[in-house]
Ligand binder design. Sequence first.
Ligand SMILES: Nc1ncnc2c1ncn2[C@@H]1O[C@H](COP(=O)(O)OP(=O)(O)OP(=O)(O)O)[C@@H](O)[C@H]1O
Ligand SMILES: [Mg+2]
Length: 234
Amino acid sequence: MLKLQDVQAFYGKSHVLHGVSLDVEDGQVVGLLGRNGVGKSTTLKAIMGLVAVQSGSITFAGHDLHRQRPYRIPRLGIGYVPEDRRIFPQLTVLDNLRTGFDRRGAAARTEQLLEQAYGSFPRLKERQRQLAGTLSGGEQQMLAIARAMMLDPQIILLDEPTEGLMPRLVGQIREIIDVLRQASVSILLVEQNVPMTLAVSDRVYLMERGAIRHEAPASELSVDDDVIHKYLGV
Ligand SMILES: Nc1ncnc2c1ncn2[C@@H]1O[C@H](COP(=O)(O)OP(=O)(O)OP(=O)(O)O)[C@@H](O)[C@H]1O
Ligand SMILES: [Mg+2]
């Protein structure tokens, strides 16, 4: 469904992705792990058209993403929750969700998507009139994910959703991932939290210095301490 082949990407003259290849199949949860600065976020930005891809290919459901204008990519069915979440703290929960709508969509459809989001995240419905900036960290992450769901994506890219969260809230993110899985949404999950990623993923890629160095089913990696230690140092 989503496939990256030998993707090379740069920030100005700085060569950051040195041939990244990975794929996510329909309905799969795929983890992408690696130490700080190896290029995980850049890989997601490359998919979303937010960084200069010099060569290689990125395809999604028959579309060549490399040839798309960045603003069109979410509309093809790819949701993206960046590291900094980018919710609007001065807007209510409801208004934040409204910013996720595709404005060309029918009103009835957008209402339906809103009800779907509230069905998946009842806590957000309870707090729909609350200013987003006053939500807890876990609730803000939930809101960022719910907003990405407003475009009814087939796949969602999550960049370190558990970053900065207490262990109890990490459990909530796990539940959210399960909710997405139930809704048949594929997930590409960038994380630093190794146990959580191994627990929720079908397959995991390990990244080092701008390339994928290892790929395995999560169940296999869970028992392979040597590989985990080599690439992640834990
Ligand atoms: N806008 C930018 N301009 C120049 N260099 C950048 C930019 N963004 C990231 N980089 C560099 O690209 C490399 C990869 O960064 P990236 O953010 O993809 O890492 P990461 O794997 O997501 O790390 P982390 O786990 O810390 O979030 C790093 O060396 C980083 O300093
Ligand atoms: Mg990152």
